[in-house]
Design a protein around this ligand. Structure first.
Ligand code: DX5
Ligand code: ZN
Length: 222
């Protein structure tokens, strides 16, 4: 079954707890928290303080996506804030094996994200240390960007990589431009967890309707 992880990046931060609780009630599986530092990506978003507020608001797993340079400096802070899993970017981690080991040592599942231009081969040697692989289908930095269709074969390849590497339990996540039109294609390519920000929180009828539209589009897959 496909899991849905609404990204709070597109939520109303003035009513953050309420917005998190709304998607929990509507059947979300994880809450996705997009952390940006103004260096690795142009945007600035949230840090451990807001992550802790999200954690307090929900019983769902808090899925932290670190789009920051030097993530090693902040891993303990995010785990302390209640992160249930942490994903770092391949491009921000020259010593990726060390970073993944540190996340595991802190007691949460470790994930690696790949920008659209970063090849899957760049994680080939650490697949055994991954609990999650995130294929980005936009260039990270902002919500509401257009899905990059040429990433579909990369999702298929990533699915084969995990299945064939003795890591069938590792999760394949896709993030960026996921909406009712693209979600079925992403799922059919092999993704297991879909992140969606604007399609959920930007839905004209609200987040509950946004999540329902995604589930309806996925049909029996979700
Ligand atoms: C992109 C973030 C995404 C983003 C998704 O930089 O990592 O999680 O919020 O937003 P949508 O679903 O609007 O593309
Ligand atoms: Zn994200």
């Amino acid at each position: 079954m496909i899991l849905l992880a609404p990204s709070i990046l597109s939520a109303d931060f003035g009513r953050l707890a309420e917005q998190v609780q709304e998607v929990e009630r509507a059947g979300a599986d994880w809450i996705h928290v997009d952390v940006m530092d103004g260096h690795f990506v142009p945007n600035l978003t949230i840090g451990p303080v807001v992550t802790e507020a999200v954690k307090r608001a929900t019983r769902l797993p808090v899925d932290v996506h670190l789009m920051i340079e030097h993530p090693d400096r902040y891993l303990a802070d995010f785990v302390g804030a209640g992160a249930d899993r942490i994903t770092v970017h391949r491009e921000a981690c020259p010593h990726l094996h060390r970073t993944l080991s540190e996340i595991a040592r802190l007691g949460v599942p470790a994930g690696v994200a790949l920008n659209p231009a970063t090849p899957l081969s760049s994680v080939g040697d650490v697949v055994g240390d991954l609990e999650l692989l995130l294929v980005m289908t936009v260039n990270p930095g902002f919500g509401g960007q257009r899905f990059i269709r040429s990433m579909l074969p990369k999702i298929q390849e990533a699915s084969r990589l995990l299945a064939g590497s003795g890591r069938p339990e590792a999760v394949l996540q896709v993030d960026g431009g996921v909406d009712p039109l693209t979600a079925p294609e992403v799922a059919d390519a092999g993704a297991q967890v879909l992140v969606a920000g604007s399609a959920v929180y930007g839905h004209p009828d609200g987040a509950t309707a946004g999540l329902r539209a995604l589930r309806d589009a996925l049909g029996a897959r979700a």
